[in-house]
Design a protein around this ligand. Structure first.
Ligand code: FMN
Length: 375
């Protein structure tokens, strides 16, 4: 019997993937300003990474103006943004690829300079991110995180509705589906975890209550797309953006079991060893494996990400720990990553200095295998 590998086909909802090398959602901060709409450069970048039957999960995109914490991030709440995304989607489809959009609200991982009216960022509770962690203002000055404003209970439905509208906008833009960003210390995870959620209403306290916000968003998005075109991303045992639940197993066991009956397209993890990969070259040692822990209780397609090579990805799939592997950093610097992994070609190293913001450099100028390296 042939074991499945990175290059076996896989059914993800209605999408028949030809291979399992998924492009992870990657914030690159290169949208047009001030519209925060994707521009032709962004379409070129995604098209470079599209393959027939390959799945791309496009970068986290705020569902509303208050959902930003970084400059130059593309949104999915205005007509101009829908139009910009439509060009990206068309470029990926023209190469036979599939593309989902990741829906985002950063919550407290923001600064008032990004907020409409210069108001404080919102969060489940008025709990600031640890003072040692720093951020930047909208005009690029170093800043401390502020104490966020706790959402009024009546406001929560408005944010759920913004996710629903954004999901509908993503459909208008022609995406194949959407992924809900429930990872990395952003708003949904702030609700899930007890350190950032001190609420005493139906959105706080018990695990079931803390998971309510995620479940309401997921149901709202399913109402637009149908469950088999909706994915959810989680980072149990992650510590990004001052997140981290003291005892993650009961919380995430509940969440995975609550998502199980919905029939989602997939569940997507960030492996704890790579928590914070977006900020620094960390590789946490002696940490649990999300895929190993949660695979036995998840009934659907499982994607995971975090420091995989072609070899470790193939092993994870062959051993049944995951169905597909999402690649982040090495997909940035290897636009033809699926081919390189299939053929065993060497990889081009990535340049962290060009991850966030800028133009072509470090974005669309990485070579295909066999082409000249950029000067
Ligand atoms: C530059 C950069 C931007 C990222 N942006 C996002 C994002 O928008 N949404 C998300 O869920 N994860 C994001 N991540 C995490 C990646 O999706 C991925 O989980 C992580 O990089 C680990 O995979 P890797 O070891 O293959 O890079 C980002 C990581 C990097 C390096």
């Amino acid at each position: 019997m042939n074991l499945p590998s990175l290059f076996s086909p896989l059914q993800v909802g209605p999408c028949r993937l030809n291979h399992r090398v998924v492009m992870a959602p990657l914030t690159r901060m290169r949208a047009e300003r001030p519209s925060l709409a994707p521009r032709p450069l962004n379409a070129e970048y995604y098209a470079q990474r599209a393959t027939p039957g390959g799945l791309i999960i496009a970068e986290a995109s705020p569902v509303m103006a208050g959902g930003f914490g970084n400059p130059g991030v593309p949104g999915i709440y205005s007509e101009a943004q829908i139009k910009g995304w439509r060009n990206v989607v068309d470029a990926v489809h023209a190469k036979g690829g599939f593309i989902f959009l990741q829906l985002w609200h950063v919550g407290r991982v923001s600064h008032s300079s990004f907020q409409p009216g210069g108001l404080l960022p919102v969060a489940p509770s008025a709990v600031p991110i640890a003072a040692e962690l720093k951020t930047m203002t909208a005009d690029g000055k170093p800043a401390s995180y502020e104490t966020p404003r706790a959402l009024e209970i009546a406001e929560v439905a408005g944010i759920v509705e913004a996710f629903r509208r954004a999901a509908s906008n993503a459909m208008k833009a022609g995406f194949d589906g959407v992924e809900i960003h429930g990872a990395n210390g952003y708003l949904i995870e702030q609700f899930l975890q007890s350190r950032s959620n001190l609420r005493t209403d139906q959105y706080g306290g018990s695990i079931e209550n803390r998971a309510r916000f995620l479940m309401e968003i997921t149901q709202a998005v399913i109402g637009v797309w149908g469950a088999n075109r909706v994915g959810v991303r989680l980072s149990p045992y992650g510590i990004a953006n001052d997140s981290g639940e003291a005892d993650p197993m009961p919380l995430y066991t509940h969440v995975v079991q609550a998502l199980n009956p919905l029939g989602l397209a997939y569940l997507h993890f960030i492996e704890p060893r790579s928590s914070g990969a977006g900020r620094a070259e960390v590789n946490h040692q002696n940490v649990p494996s999300a895929m190993v822990l949660f695979r036995p209780i998840w009934n659907g397609v499982l994607i995971t990400a975090g420091g995989f090579t072609g070899e470790t990805a193939n092993a994870a799939i062959a051993e049944g720990h995951a169905d597909a592997i999402a690649f982040g950093r090495i997909f940035i610097s290897n636009p033809d990553l699926p081919r390189r992994l299939r053929e065993g070609f060497p990889l081009t190293p990535y340049d962290r200095a060009t991850f966030y913001g800028g133009e072509e450099k470090g974005y669309t100028d990485y070579p295909l295998y066999g082409e000249l390296e950029p000067a």
